[in-house]
Design a protein around this ligand. Structure first.
Ligand code: NAD
Ligand code: ZN
Length: 243
């Protein structure tokens, strides 16, 4: 085991790489006040995500789904980006990383200034019609809940759904993300337990892997550098080494 500071190790790996991709999870946004799934006090300790965040629940219990969804999303749309998001945006701007692939739906990478962002699990900006693909802002869809148990399309009358990848959906962006990871020579995973599929498979497609995470992850055995700490502080220190 190396005695070098893991931040220096990762900085060196990045300097010697040509195409670095970042993969982020819920852990990068906890410092913005958004709970992750699996940490103590995370969403799993409050709700059963399958109950609220699945296609099955949206179709069979739409009222309960929309009420729960509106409750989960409101802290996400109000939260500001934190130092971790800003550091990744700076690293992209300085060409140390090419793309951020995120499992998050909170949109905080873009708010921090990242340009090349792949949102594997969708986002909270819009909702669309099941049938005719008409779309509107998610805020407008949720405003319909004041008068109706679920939002409907004004064109064809079919139900609307959020542009979020729910349990039971196929993440359409995944093949693109897999290609980007395969083309890169280093993948840095930040704030993900790497236990949600298929995003976690990306870690195993990477030629070289580094991990920044508070707790152990499913990818640790394969990683060349592991920074066991908070994303905001670790990414800030990394940025200071490089820029
Ligand atoms: P996860 O909850 O499974 O794992 C989060 C990991 O981040 C944990 O291992 C934890 O130790 C670590 N962590 C927490 N705070 C951290 C910090 N400040 N610094 C460093 N590490 C920290 O999250 P996941 O792997 O992303 O899987 C959860 C799924 O839920 C994802 O698919 C994601 O789409 C969704 N989700 C998204 C949001 C969001 O958009 N902000 C929030 C909750 C869940
Ligand atoms: Zn429609």
């Amino acid at each position: 085991m190396s005695l070098r500071n893991p931040i220096d190790e990762l900085a060196e790996l990045m300097r010697s790489s040509k195409n670095v991709v970042a993969l982020t999870g819920a852990g990068i946004s906890t410092e913005s006040g958004i709970p992750d799934f699996r940490s103590p006090g995370g969403l799993y300790s409050q709700i059963d995500p399958m109950e609220y965040l699945s296609v099955e629940s949206m179709k069979s219990r739409p009222e309960k789904f929309w009420r729960g969804f509106a409750q989960i999303m409101s802290p996400m749309t109000e939260a500001p980006p934190n130092n971790g998001h800003f550091a990744l945006a700076q690293l992209e701007n300085a060409r140390y990383i090419s793309t951020v692939i995120t499992q998050n739906i909170d949109g905080l990478h873009q708010k921090a200034g990242s340009k090349n962002v792949i949102e594997l699990h969708g986002h909270l900006r819009t909702a669309h019609c099941y049938d005719c693909s008409w779309d509107c802002s998610l805020t407008d869809a949720i405003a319909q809940l004041d008068e109706s148990p679920r939002p409907f399309c004004p064109l064809c009358g079919e139900p609307l759904r959020p542009n979020v990848v729910l349990f039971g959906d196929i993440p359409a962006e995944y093949p693109h993300a897999e290609t980007l990871v395969a083309q890169g020579d280093l993948l840095i995973v930040v704030g993900s337990s790497l236990s949600v599929s298929p995003a976690n498979i990306l870690a195993f497609r990477a030629s070289r892997l580094a991990i920044i995470n508070r707790d152990q992850t499913e990818g640790d055995r394969q990683a060349e550098a592991i920074i066991r700490g908070n994303a905001g502080e670790s990414l800030t220190l990394l940025t200071e080494r490089l820029i």
